[in-house]
Design a protein around this ligand. Structure first.
Ligand code: GLV
Ligand code: GLV
Length: 320
């Protein structure tokens, strides 16, 4: 009997085709709705591999239930939805999707940065709401991005890809990271600074740090107070690195000037959340890596990881 592969969302059949002969593939039936917990538990009870998304909490109960489970492939580079300790105890390999999404995610970071600074969404709304009656010199005037100082918090692959883009905009590049990246400093002309210095000096602060106990709510009241009043805060990593009440307050008190957010403490964010009614805040529904090409590459990598573990050749991108 072929090993069972469970996929927690409907994905294109075309991508699955090469894997159909080796696996019995079972898949949740909707693309836009996550699998209910009880369905997931039932499916996992006899699955050998699971391809899951960040909408699934892969905890102790999941690993206890999946008695045949050998591998969990997360369709994301971040894996804070997975209890790695429980996976390890259960002898389950966990994989993620680094590399394939780096450039797309950096593109999104830069889109968010430019649209926040230049008030693109507001300007679009302005026309569509039929408010454009006159042209005037400071109409929807924003802040320049070129030649400004960018502060990148988290200098992994994505941070570096953002830095390369910033170079093209003639920006001064500051970064903060757990460890210094001497190679990056040379290649992209980035300067390592401590967190407070970065907050103090950057015109645009970009969060690319993974969610860990150490980064939890690192952007808190004190952090926002250290930022320039003219600064813009961008978050494309995880909502848990931000204290959202402090961010709302910083925006309302004018401690920072604007924010561009792709991620939130709770996703989907509640429709009455105070971050959603501010014209100087651009919010996106966690689409960092969402280009058609990259999503397909990520799915492909997940499937190869699962196949590698189950067929004994080993995973490609294991989370250790
Ligand atoms: C998305 O947020 C990811 O971690 O890939
Ligand atoms: C993700 O791949 C990162 O290291 O930033």
């Amino acid at each position: 009997e072929k090993p069972k592969l469970y996929i927690t969302r409907k994905v294109p059949e075309k991508i699955l085709e090469p894997f159909q002969q080796d696996f019995t593939i079972s898949m949740w039936k909707y693309e836009e709705e996550p699998v209910p917990r009880e369905v997931l538990l039932k499916e996992i009870s006899d699955a050998h591999g699971v391809l899951c998304m960040l909408s699934e909490t892969m905890d102790q109960e999941i690993f206890n239930t999946g008695s045949s489970l050998q591998v969990v492939a997360n369709l994301a580079v971040g894996y804070d939805n997975i209890d790695l300790h429980a996976a390890r105890e259960a002898g389950v390999v966990v994989t993620n999707t680094p590399g394939v999404l780096t450039e797309s995610t950096a593109d999104l970071a830069f889109s968010l940065l430019l649209s926040t600074a230049r008030r693109i969404v507001e300007a679009n709304q302005y026309i569509k709401e039929d408010k454009w009656k006159q042209w005037s010199p400071y109409l929807l005037a924003g802040m320049d991005v070129h030649n400004k100082t960018i502060g990148i918090v988290g200098m992994g692959r994505i941070g570096e890809a953002i830095a390369r883009r910033a170079q093209g905009f003639g920006m001064e590049i500051l970064y903060h990271n757990r460890s210094r990246k001497v190679e990056s400093e040379k290649q992209i002309g980035a300067t390592y600074v401590d967190f407070d210095t970065l907050l103090n000096k950057a015109d645009l602060v970009v969060s690319v740090v993974p969610a860990t106990p150490q980064t939890n709510q690192m952007f808190n009241k004190e952090a926002f107070q250290k930022m320039k009043r003219s600064s813009i805060f961008i978050n494309i990593s995880r909502g848990s690195v931000v204290n959202e009440n402090a961010l709302v307050e910083a925006l309302e008190m004018g401690e920072i000037s604007a924010a561009g957010l792709d991620v939130f403490a709770e996703e989907p964010i509640r429709s009455d959340h105070p971050l959603l009614d501010k014209t100087n805040v651009i919010c996106l529904p966690h689409i960092g890596s969402a280009s058609t090409e990259t999503r397909s590459s990520m799915l492909q990598l997940c499937l190869e990881n699962i196949s590698g573990v189950i067929h004994g050749t080993g995973p490609i991108t294991e989370v250790k």
